[in-house]
Ligand binder design. Structure first.
Ligand SMILES: Nc1ncnc2c1ncn2[C@@H]1O[C@H](COP(=O)(O)OP(=O)(O)OP(=O)(O)O)[C@@H](O)[C@H]1O
Ligand SMILES: [Mg+2]
Length: 342
């Protein structure tokens, strides 16, 4: 109808903070109208498991209230070891028949009891050859999804869609960047506990995995090497203070872990005949701006590295960033914005 506006709220429940973004879609396109980042949630979420439910649901409630977001329907996402995304080959079937067969196929690819996971799939290439088709399989542990949905409901909201972090990141990037056809791009969303790695070409996620590296690893290594408190290590990491702490060298040593896993992913893609190399790295998440990180990755992998600004093509409510630069704030909002763009 004339003048009809649709609001979508993306809610990213991270282990270090909650992020929210609201996008309004009308005839003129998508516009970011609101966003928020909660106070740090220390120890409330450990290894993807919610330890302190009260703290998390209060943080969500406070964030929604302080940002005056009225839409209670939210799009949210899960991540971590309990989520498995895999590109598989299976016999050519219709979408309908594949729904039945996917259960059996998944058993070979998912390291959990198949009755404990929710399955979803998408046919990405219906005719690889006369017999086979390529399918993107997504499996997530049911109890983790239920837990996630419960927390959202306890905060008085309705989880309209539960997506996967890596797909939200891809969505945010595709909406804001013109990726060249045939270009293989590694999307690296570096948070506090995990890094979502998603290697994408022509809108297809070719390799998707959550790695246990994040700013917590940087902080722990700074603490270990310099014998300082966690809060001193954190402010050194943010470049606020640090005295004689050589943040860059510690970050580089820690990033080597990440790079090894990227190398392994590329080797896997090469052996599968999917890609010879990556052409570009796009980093997002709260840790994207950690000193020395982007430079290290660029040198190590010999590719251009850019920090994702997930609002670079979006229109925005005037004054939304309130004097702060979107370049600094927005990378941490990549998941939330990707969800809100659904
Ligand atoms: N300006 C900054 N400079 C350096 N590091 C920063 C900055 N801002 C945030 N961080 C780091 O980013 C981390 C948070 O990133 P993010 O919000 O993406 O993680 P998360 O989604 O909460 O965690 P996860 O997804 O791993 O559960 C913080 O732990 C902090 O150390
Ligand atoms: Mg995160």
């Amino acid at each position: 109808m004339f003048g009809k506006k649709k609001s979508v709220v993306g809610l990213d429940i991270g282990s270090s903070s909650i992020k929210v973004a609201e996008v309004v879609r009308d005839r003129t396109g998508d516009r970011l109208v609101n966003y928020g980042i909660s106070e740090p949630l220390s120890e409330a979420i450990v290894d993807g498991e919610i330890m302190d439910r009260q703290m998390v649901h209060e943080a969500i409630t406070n964030l929604m209230e302080s940002r005056q977001i009225r839409n209670k329907q939210v799009v949210t996402a899960v991540s971590g070891r309990a989520v498995i995304v895999k590109k598989i080959l299976m016999d050519r079937l219709t979408e309908e028949d594949a729904k039945e067969a996917i259960q059996w196929e998944a058993e070979q690819h998912v390291p959990y009891d198949i009755n404990d996971v929710s399955l979803d799939f998408q046919i990405i290439n219906p005719n690889v050859d006369a017999k086979k088709m390529q399918v993107l399989l997504v499996a997530a542990k049911k109890d983790m999804i239920a837990n996630h949905a419960d927390i959202v409901r306890e905060a008085g909201l309705q989880p309209a869609i539960i997506d996967v972090d890596s797909f939200a990141i891809q969505n945010a990037v595709e909406a804001n960047y013109d990726l060249a056809p045939g270009e293989t791009v590694a999307l690296l969303n570096i948070g506090a506990e995990i890094t979502n790695l998603n290697i994408v070409r022509d809108q297809v996620p070719h390799f998707t995995k959550d790695l246990s590296v994040g700013s917590n690893s940087f902080v722990e290594n700074i603490q270990r090497r310099h014998n300082v408190s966690q809060s001193d290590a954190l402010s050194a990491l943010r470049g606020l203070s640090g005295g004689d702490i050589d943040v860059e060298s510690i970050v580089q040593a820690t990033c080597e872990d990440l790079s090894t896993q990227i190398d392994r992913a590329v080797a896997y893609l090469r052996s599968a005949g999917d890609a010879e190399r990556i052409d570009r790295i796009l980093v997002s998440g709260g840790s994207a701006r950690v000193p020395g990180l982007a430079d290290f990755l660029g040198q190590r992998h010999q590719v251009p590295v850019d920090v994702v600004i997930p609002v670079s093509k979006l229109s925005m409510e005037p004054g939304l960033f309130n004097g702060e630069s979107p370049e600094t704030v927005a990378p941490i909002l990549t998941v939330a914005i990707g969800l809100a763009l659904r």
